[in-house]
Design a protein around this ligand. Structure first.
Ligand code: GTP
Ligand code: MG
Length: 437
């Protein structure tokens, strides 16, 4: 089984749009037909999909960078460049995706096959056929494709199960999970035999899902034992089953210790439906009345009710010997019969969002001097330059217009350069006021 990993940091980049093309219609008797350069294709989107086939983010430990393909360049005869295929990344159900740039949650994938486009591919640039207007019927220039978007993301798995099984180490949680569901977890007679969450699907018609997490101990909220790191996997369950070893010397204190830790992690646990299961009744001395024991416990718990979870029911069972499991199953079915309502907060994340709005401001540029030379650098300048035909005056003129439009020209003028001063853009040398400026 793949290792259980519930957090990963990755980088995704959507595809660049393809460049447009400058081309002309060439037909018999029409040597200089109209513009026929096609538009570039769209770059690939980065899409996440919630897949029930994955239960861990393990795959992201060896692949953490994803780049979608670029759209193809426009073709002659007004042919549109091919759109790039989208890059679809499967993640387990319950994966929360956060944009690390602004800590904003982009998506919380909770439904099977739910998809989200986190970064849209860049649009293709127009070819000269699309740019033609009444005023300029035969443009000698085209547009470069828009660049893709790069995002640094945190993926966080918050397992989605209907019921979370919690308790002190060695209480019999995994043993109970193995009886209630199809899971085959490790069961052993020493504490911390479960190191990562186990998931199982119940045997009944309702197909209830269970998550058994590693044991908690007193002080977990301050990092003792395995700490609280796995509680996120039961945060979103509809109900909890709290398993306590009935043969332990101080039941009441055990319950209080555990519940204080849970509430220290999140006060939301207070109102989560909760069945308190006293396990291992087979270990009790025959002279002990389980009925009296529960009554006494109930009495003590009532006194500190306000500081504890709300117990729906207290049941005594033996997971190992399958005693009391039918009654427990009935209680579970009853609790789960109520339609599940996800937190409003979760629903809100799920409204379709796309990070394409993050279309970075790619009109940034810098002008600097080095070794007596002036340099102009900017991604968008390079992109426009890549579709500029330097032998075609109109194409060059259009490039010059772009430099004006986005303020490059104004900045250069502030430098008060002498005419003829060389200015280098992407390894090409232009002369101030003689070439493009
Ligand atoms: N006598 C008895 N033993 C039980 C019962 N249920 C579980 N056990 C035993 O208790 C031990 C611990 O069981 P697990 O299911 O591994 O306990 P756990 O709570 O998952 O433990 P951690 O994962 O370490 O926190 C095992 O040896 C089980 O066989 C029970 O009803 N009666
Ligand atoms: Mg266990």
């Amino acid at each position: 089984m793949a290792k259980f990993i519930d957090e990963a940091i990755i980088e995704v980049t959507s595809g660049d749009g393809g460049n447009g093309l400058v081309a002309w219609r060439r037909e018999k008797y029409e040597p200089m037909g109209g513009p026929a350069g096609g538009d570039g294709g769209k770059g690939g989107d980065i899409i996440f999909v919630a897949s029930p086939n994955f239960t861990s983010l393990y795959d992201f430990t060896y692949k953490s960078s994803f780049v979608a393909k670029a759209g193809a360049r426009g073709g002659p005869k007004k042919r549109h460049g091919a759109n790039a295929s989208n890059l679809v990344i499967p993640v387990p159900l319950g994966t929360v995706i956060t944009d690390l740039d602004n800590q904003e949650i982009i998506a919380d994938l909770i439904y099977p096959n739910q998809q989200i486009v986190v970064a849209s591919g860049g649009f293709g640039g127009y070819g000269n056929a699309s740019i033609a207007t009444m005023l300029n019927k035969a443009p000698h220039y085209c547009e470069p494709g828009r660049p893709g978007v790069t995002l640094k993301l945190k993926l966080e798995l918050k397992t989605l199960a209907d019921i979370g099984i919690i308790g002190l180490p060695n209480a019999g949680k995994s043993c109970l999970l193995s009886k209630l569901s199809n899971a085959k977890p490790k069961i052993a007679s020493y504490p911390f035999s479960t190191l990562t969450p186990n998931l199982g699907v119940g045997h009944g018609n309702l197909k209830i899902t269970f998550a058994d997490i590693p044991g908690l101990i007193k002080g977990a909220s301050s990092g003792h034992g395995l700490g609280l790191q796995f509680l996120k996997h039961i945060e979103r369950t509809a109900c909890l089953i709290q398993v306590i070893d009935i043969s332990s010397p101080d039941l009441f204190t055990n319950i209080c210790d555990l519940e204080f830790e849970l509430l220290a992690y999140s006060p939301n646990f207070k109102h989560k439906k909760n069945i308190l299961v006293l396990n291992k009744i087979d270990l009790l001395d025959e002279s002990v009345s389980v009925f009296d024991l529960i009554k006494d416990l109930q009495h003590k718990l009532n006194k500190v009710k306000s500081k504890l979870l709300t117990h729906h029911k207290i049941l005594a069972i033996s997971a190992l010997n399958s005693v009391g499991l039918a009654e427990l199953q009935n209680e579970i079915d009853e609790l789960m019969d109520v339609p599940q309502v996800f937190d409003q907060e979760i629903l809100e994340y799920n409204q379709y969002k796309s990070a394409s709005h993050k279309d970075k401001n790619d009109k940034d540029f810098v002008i600097y001097q080095s070794g007596g030379q002036y340099y102009v650098e900017g991604d968008f300048i390079n992109r426009y330059l890549s579709v500029t035909n330097l032998r075609d005056p109109e194409s060059v003129q259009h490039f010059s217009y772009i430099l004006k439009k986005y303020g490059v020209m104004a900045k250069i003028m502030e430098l008060r350069l002498k005419p003829g001063t060389p200015i280098i853009i992407n390894n090409l040398t232009f002369k101030y006021l003689e070439d493009i400026f």
